[in-house]
Write a protein that binds this ligand. Sequence first.
Ligand code: FAD
Length: 290
Amino acid sequence: MMYDAVMIGSGPAGLSAALYTSRANLKTLVIGKDRGALEKADRIENYFGMAEPISGCELVENTKTQARNLGVELAEDEIFHISWNGHFILEGKNGIYETLAVLLATGTGRKTLKIKGLKELEGRGVSYCAICDAFFYRDKEVAVLGNEAYAVHELSQLLPVVKSVTLLTNGQELKAEVPEGVHIIREPVISVDGAERVEGVTFADGSSLSAEGLFVALGSAGAMELAKKAGAFTEGQNIKVNERMETNVPGLYAAGDCIGGLLQISTAVGEGAQAAMSMIPFVRKQRKEV
Ligand SMILES: Cc1cc2nc3c(=O)[nH]c(=O)nc-3n(C[C@H](O)[C@H](O)[C@H](O)COP(=O)(O)OP(=O)(O)OC[C@H]3O[C@@H](n4cnc5c(N)ncnc54)[C@H](O)[C@@H]3O)c2cc1C
């Protein structure tokens, strides 16, 4: 099914944007994998209209009901990848979604690890996108760092192209089914090694693995990973947008905690609304051209 607008993230930014796009008659889907930052917020009392404090979960659930009542579709899924083929194609754990415009509203919380050499070798063997970079590692030995479904997704993209893939769970419990034949190392990683480029990794027990590429896929794909896969510019831990919430990729927008700033519900809601106001004319123009 083709959507006009898909919001990745069902927090304040994604849901707020959806209220506007749906009321502008855009076929709108909001995808979320959990309740985001607000899941941990017991008591909200600084948002507009709160006669009494409410919990973050209640606020999200109320807004989901409001969105559904306005015709927004909601899906529980975890998006792993974004690509473009005349329109956007979003690949999730439970399905594929096609849309003319996308809002990245995945909040903050990129999982970083303080592993020696990881940051230093980024772009020189350390990659955050298997589909983008697999080709550079054809017939080479690579490793994937992660222990959940997202890591297995990245691993599956690499398997047909590279010589071998080893999954490094970094001492964490493996929470996904791994294709047969994939070598798994559960020992914590203490360093990514290599002078100019990645040459291997060293583990806490003193053992090592030789690998020319290390694909980082910790937890689920966050804003930074999805932005990079879609070709959007980032700055530090934030996605780069202009005042209209447009990224450098036409049809791709970002709002909320993933663009930095105040990191509050009020700003996420405002930025979501602004993103929607930019998505609406973009989608209408696209529809005419299709
Ligand atoms: C403990 C705590 C208390 C807080 N208290 C307050 C407060 O009192 N007042 C206030 O104004 N702000 C408060 N905040 C901040 C506020 O929660 C955030 O600023 C706000 O939720 C940001 O909204 P967002 O939509 O950008 O991201 P989030 O609310 O974090 O939503 C992100 C969404 O993206 C989804 N997602 C992420 N990755 C994927 C993926 N790969 N695929 C699919 N979906 C994905 C998540 O499931 C979630 O739905 C608090 C935050 C915390 C952590």
